[in-house]
Ligand binder design. Structure first.
Ligand SMILES: [Zn+2]
Ligand SMILES: [Zn+2]
Length: 344
């Protein structure tokens, strides 16, 4: 079958790879209908996250179950499903507490040997371990474009808001309006934020955040700190979500947030970076971090998307065929796309 493989920094290829096979009684195989290109794929593309040459990438997917092991109960052959970007065992210390994202035996699709050697979903077919926990049926009438957000990007935006403890009536700021930041804007509005300040430097992204009900503020041409003061009688925002993953964004988040507020770092940090601990301490801020518990949130996110409370459809800027993956990655790398959906 055809699959998108990592070759070298800046180079992906569509090539023939072996067919997936059921290994465990809880496995399923999904025929992929649609698969997204994600910001974390770009970390691999840039060589910031290192994986083996020839490894199949991708971790956002919607498709149809075409094979299932004998212990799979909740999905059946023929079901249209979406999946989460990582698997979990369901029974370790962390899974028993609902922290599926920190499962001791988790495997992430398309991230090489370091994250469990699970081939990615930018392929014609994919093996899904622990299918009952990782897959969900696509709700009736939901398009694949929308459904594939539940298992990653919208799950992540929602997680950022949920973890931050944002309460109805709160004022929030979201730094970085890539797909996760834009989903966080929607989630913040959906759970009742009275005002959301959305910060970026790309005009189209600011315009989209505005269409989701946020106040757009240009990072350099505008004044995020003044906007935060203005919206809160000078206090600072209740919650600030850093959807960038850069020390400068974290620093700004610490400055925008009011005393005893929460900074939620959902953008990816892989390196050592400096945090102004004095500022954090004096303001008695809460700093939350880590990637999203997508398995833990997928049912809520699907319900909210079904109800129209969350609607990521306008984030899909490009549809391309799987064979066009090299162009898709180059396009995404140039920040000319928000979400590219590939179809095998
Ligand atoms: Zn992703
Ligand atoms: Zn576990």
């Amino acid at each position: 079958m055809r699959a998108v493989t990592f070759q070298a920094p800046g180079e992906v290829l569509v090539e023939e790879v072996p067919e997936p096979e059921l290994v465990d009684a809880r496995d399923a195989i999904v025929q992929i209908e649609a698969t997204g290109v994600c910001g974390s794929d770009l970390h691999i593309y840039h060589g910031r996250v290192q994986i083996e040459r020839g490894f199949t990438i991708g971790h956002e997917y919607v498709g149809t179950v075409i094979a299932a092991g004998e212990d799979v109960r909740d999905v059946q052959i023929g079901d249209r499903v979406l999946g989460c970007f990582q698997t979990a065992c369901g029974s370790c210390f962390f899974c028993r507490r609902g922290w599926f994202h920190k499962c001791d035996f988790s495997r992430t699709f398309g991230h090489g040997a370091a994250l469990g050697s699970l081939p990615g979903t930018q392929a014609e077919r994919a093996l899904v371990p622990n299918a009952d926990l990782v897959l969900r049926k696509v709700p009736n009438g939901m398009s694949e474009d929308i459904a594939l957000f539940a298992g990653d990007v919208m799950g992540t935006g929602y997680h950022a808001v949920e973890q931050s403890g944002l309460a109805p009536g709160d004022v929030a700021a979201v730094l970085g309006l890539g797909p996760v930041g834009l989903c966080a804007v929607q989630a913040a509005r959906a759970v009742g934020a009275a005002h959301v300040i959305a910060v970026d430097s790309v005009p189209e992204r600011l315009a989209m955040a505005e269409s989701f009900g946020a106040e757009p503020v240009h990072l350099s041409e505008g004044d995020p700190r003044a906007a935060a003061r203005e919206a809160t009688d000078g206090r600072g925002v209740d919650v600030c979500i850093d959807a960038v993953g850069d020390p400068r964004a974290l620093e700004l988040a610490l400055r925008l947030t009011r005393k005893c507020g929460t900074v939620q770092a959902i953008g990816v940090y892989a390196e050592r970076c400096e945090v102004h601990m004095g500022l954090l301490w004096i303001k008695a801020l809460n700093l939350h971090s880590g990637h999203a518990n997508v398995i833990g949130h997928v049912d809520s996110v699907l319900e909210m998307m079904s109800a129209g409370l969350l609607d990521p459809s306008s984030l899909v800027t490009h549809h391309m065929s799987l064979d066009e993956a090299p162009e898709a990655y180059a396009l995404y790398d140039r920040r000319e796309a928000l979400k590219i959906v590939l179809k095998p």
